[in-house]
Design a protein around this ligand. Structure first.
Ligand SMILES: [Zn+2]
Length: 101
């Protein structure tokens, strides 16, 4: 992203350009990112300032790390478990609401 924003020092800029020449996935990524930024600009929404984007990315990483540390975070069953819990709570609330009416 700093490359895309033209924020790299020229040696780094050159390094990225050399890498892009060799690396198809990164080239595709760059094209996609450019298109995304251009689309945002076309809609009149300026892309997030790099500092804000970095903080956002850090916050999201932190959230991912926290989620991975949950006791059920490693299994695929955390979501079904959660939705079962939510369904149970909803059921209890529903029964209460009905019995009060
Ligand atoms: Zn690459």
């Amino acid at each position: 992203m700093p490359y895309l924003d033209g924020e790299l020092a020229s040696p780094e800029q050159r390094e990225v350009e050399l890498h892009l020449r060799e690396c198809e996935p990164c080239r595709c990524h760059l094209v996609a990112e450019r298109a995304r930024v251009a689309a945002l600009r076309a809609r009149g929404e300026p892309p997030l300032p790099p500092r804000v984007r970095d903080r956002l990315a850090t916050a999201l990483d932190l959230e991912d790390a926290t989620a991975a540390r949950l006791p059920f975070g490693h299994g695929p069953f955390i979501l079904p478990l959660l939705s079962t819990l939510v369904a149970l709570v909803a059921l209890v609330l529903f029964i209460r609401a009905v019995s009060c009416a």
